[in-house]
Design a protein around this ligand. Structure first.
Ligand code: SAM
Length: 224
């Protein structure tokens, strides 16, 4: 009897992030005028010493250094070996206790374990339905009263100013989709998604230049 081969479907984004790993941070800083970096740092003010913190799809772990310095017990996950290597190099020789995993976020399951999950620029890889499934999985891993912080592209409101938020979002999303870094989809409204998965929004902060349109946004949700 011939043996049937069971092939595991490769993750849809792994190859692209491997390819772009050397350029990713540089490009993100360039096209966001450093605002992405600023948005990823917002969660640091919600961290307490000894908190268990998860970074799903951590990339090169830019913002993890400050979290570890603040005394958090950090776990970072990424599916791209190159990204994990970069995070390791960033945190090497620090003597800090950091757990870095090369794996699929969807397979990482520690129910009610983390005090804070910083899901930055990760859920936007997916279309709405899949983003909600992944968000639900992340919410399961939060302790009661734990926080999830999502830094991502701003959700455009109804203000005429927000036309620019739309234009910026769709330009970047289209380029990202062509490069295989994200699916093509409308902007995500995480306040709405939080309500589907048992989280309530405690804060939302829009990030842009002065009184200009917001380009990025940070949502903070709590598990009740
Ligand atoms: C847009 S980047 C964001 C990186 C980082 N969070 C940041 O804000 O700079 C998305 C990251 O998610 C990783 N990724 C994609 N799918 C993944 C999955 N299923 N499990 C774990 N990591 C994944 C990619 O390799 C990439 O490093």
């Amino acid at each position: 009897m011939s043996k049937a081969k069971v092939r595991k479907k490769p993750d849809q984004f792994k190859k692209s992030y491997e390819f772009w790993s050397d350029w990713y941070d540089w490009l993100a800083d360039l096209f966001s005028f450093q605002l992405i970096k600023a948005s990823k740092e917002v969660h640091l003010s919600s961290l307490n010493r000894d908190d268990r913190v998860l970074y799903p799809g951590m990339g090169s772990g830019q913002e993890m250094v400050a979290a570890v310095r603040a005394g958090a017990k950090v776990t970072g996950i990424d599916i791209s070996p190159q990204m994990v290597k970069k995070a390791k190099n960033r945190l090497a020789n620090s003597g800090w206790q950091v757990e870095l995993c090369e794996s699929d976020v969807k397979e990482h399951l520690r129910p009610c374990f983390y005090d804070l999950i910083a899901a930055h620029y990760f859920l936007n890889l997916y279309r709405k339905d899949e983003a909600i499934i992944v968000l639900r999985r992340l919410a399961e891993q939060l302790k009661q009263n734990g926080l999830i912080v999502v830094a991502d592209f701003a959700y455009p409101g109804k203000n005429p100013n927000d036309a620019l938020t739309h234009i910026y979002y769709w330009t970047i999303n289209l380029i990202g989709a062509c490069l295989g870094l994200a699916k093509l989809h409308p902007p995500h409204d995480y306040k709405e998604y939080f309500s589907y998965v048992g989280l309530h929004t405690v804060k939302s902060q829009r990030i842009g230049f002065g009184k200009g349109p917001a380009l990025f946004q940070v949502w903070i949700g709590r598990k009740d």
